[in-house]
Write a protein of this length. Sequence first.
Length: 185
Amino acid sequence: MQSLRRSAITVARNARSSLPRQPRRYAHDAHGSEHHGPVNESFGKGFYVAVATIPATIAFYKFSSTNTDERPLFTRLIESYSDLKTYWIERNDLHTQMIEQAARDKNLFLNSKPGTHIELSFPEIFNVGSPYNVPAGSGVNLDKLITKYQKEAFEENAKKLEQLKDGTLPAEQPFDRPSKNPPYP
């Protein structure tokens, strides 16, 4: 069965290639110049429309400006768009005001000092103690303690600012991908 299929394919391939092919003929090229002679071509509709547009435009302009009491038609058309000039002036002024306000806000945020108040969740913890053997009217002065913690907070913020300028702030560092074998199951 296999050999019959192979021989049929071979015969079909040989038959297909042995068919004579006709060369392509371009009859209109070979016979066009012999029988007809030179052909006069016209300019076409587009040429005549373009040429007719010039005098038509001049005539339209003359017709539109024949009345001496009014301005020409094209002038009136151009003046009809003068309202847009005031619209653009108002729009540009509003845009400029918004940009200036945004710049003032940015300047305010960048040049303002951070608050020096340190929030304590329970500041009375410093005054809690035994109520016994305390002389009346004696209270603890917390000014030194407050200045100490304000100084520590200021130093910590200055350190963070320096790290931010250097690009070494831990919160700003890129996230490292975890290893392929995480320590947890």
